[in-house]
Design a protein around this ligand. Structure first.
Ligand code: LMR
Length: 334
């Protein structure tokens, strides 16, 4: 009798553990380097909610914001190793991976309007760029918007001449290096998580960011001057480890694709508002002087920076730059 009870008990335990095993959620570690209350931070949280709902809990998304798990460079390495499954790095950070065409997004004035940007990210150009990630073991899922960048430093930045000799922090992009040199500044590549302290201690004199990043990292507290220049763009590629993504059950992958579509719509819908509110908050803080370029200034900045597009043809591809400029022309925008 005892043997039978034991046998029965073991059988039940095996079923329970098999069930428990079968129910173990698929974990997606989603690492990023910005604060939660930014377009990317909010979109990552939105994706988590949508993905867990759409898969009825079969997928668990763990979001690690603000470089709490990995910093800039490390996060891409971690993704390729499969230590994390999802990232949304700035489009300015793919050069070191060997996909320098992504630096098209960094070219000064390449997107006269957001409409031109969306024609690129939602059209064949964006798709072709994602194809270039496949050989790196990465699958591109979506492009998330943040916005146009402002410049900041501890001196007024009104004309290109004001940048002479300044040490300006940039992301790891050759285009941004050439951009800063075109202004007479001295570019310094640095992880996003180190920028506040580098500005506070004077390791660098200034930087460029969309207002949402400047504000949420409190850079306005250590930068006496902000110039609303909108000279360049900053957006993101939401990417996954290819092996992980291809290995998902088809129904799970399709549910995640739906969640990604919805969170992309959300990300792009809030980006402008988030940046406008951040700029308002910087103004209200009274901690920094804000200067908005006038038409004369803008003409001077364009004269100094537009040649970067030509200078970078060899690195990014003349045809690719031409194709993006054609999108603008297609919208009747000069
Ligand atoms: C930066 O490093 O300045 C940005 O990439 C940060 C971010 O991801 O928005």
């Amino acid at each position: 009798m005892k043997f039978k009870a034991l046998f029965l008990g073991l059988g039940v335990a095996a079923v329970v553990s098999a069930n428990a095993f079968a129910q173990a959620p698929i974990v997606i570690k989603f690492s990023h380097v910005v604060a939660n209350d930014t377009p990317k931070g909010k979109a990552a949280d939105r994706f988590k909610a949508l993905a867990e709902k759409a898969t009825k809990g079969r997928v668990k998304v763990e979001v690690y914001p603000n470089s709490t798990l990995y910093k800039d460079k490390e996060e891409l390495e971690a993704l390729q190793l499969g230590a994390v499954q999802m990232l949304a790095p700035s489009l300015a950070k793919f050069g070191p991976l060997g996909v320098k065409e992504f630096e098209i997004f960094d070219l000064p004035y390449i997107f006269p309007t957001k409409e031109v940007l969306y024609r690129v990210t939602e059209g064949p150009i964006g798709k072709d760029l994602f194809k270039k990630l496949e050989s790196k073991g990465i699958t591109g899922l979506a492009y998330w918007d943040n916005g146009f960048k402002v410049m900041s430093a501890n001196k007024p930045l009104r004309t290109p001449a004001d940048f002479k000799g300044l040490r300006m922090r940039i992301q790891s992009s050759k285009v941004l290096d050439v951009q800063m040199r075109a202004l007479g500044a001295n570019p310094q590549v640095m992880a996003f998580s180190e920028v506040y302290q580098a500005l506070q201690t004077g390791i660098v004199d200034g930087t460029e960011n969309p207002p949402s990043n400047l504000y949420t990292q409190k850079m306005h507290e250590v930068q006496k001057h902000v110039t609303v220049s909108n000279h360049g763009y900053l957006g993101y590629a939401v990417i996954v480890n290819k092996k992980f993504w291809d290995g998902l059950p088809a129904d799970i992958r399709s549910a995640l694709e739906g969640a990604m579509k919805e969170s992309t719509r959300y990300a792009n819908a809030i980006a402008q508002q988030e940046n406008d509110s951040a700029m308002e908050a910087v103004k209200k803080s009274g901690k920094t002087e804000i200067y908005v370029l006038n038409d004369k200034d803008r003409a001077e900045w364009r004269k100094a920076l537009l040649p970067v597009q030509k200078d970078m043809e060899g690195r990014i591809g003349k045809d690719l730059i031409g194709a993006v400029n054609k999108e603008a022309a297609g919208l009747g925008i000069k």
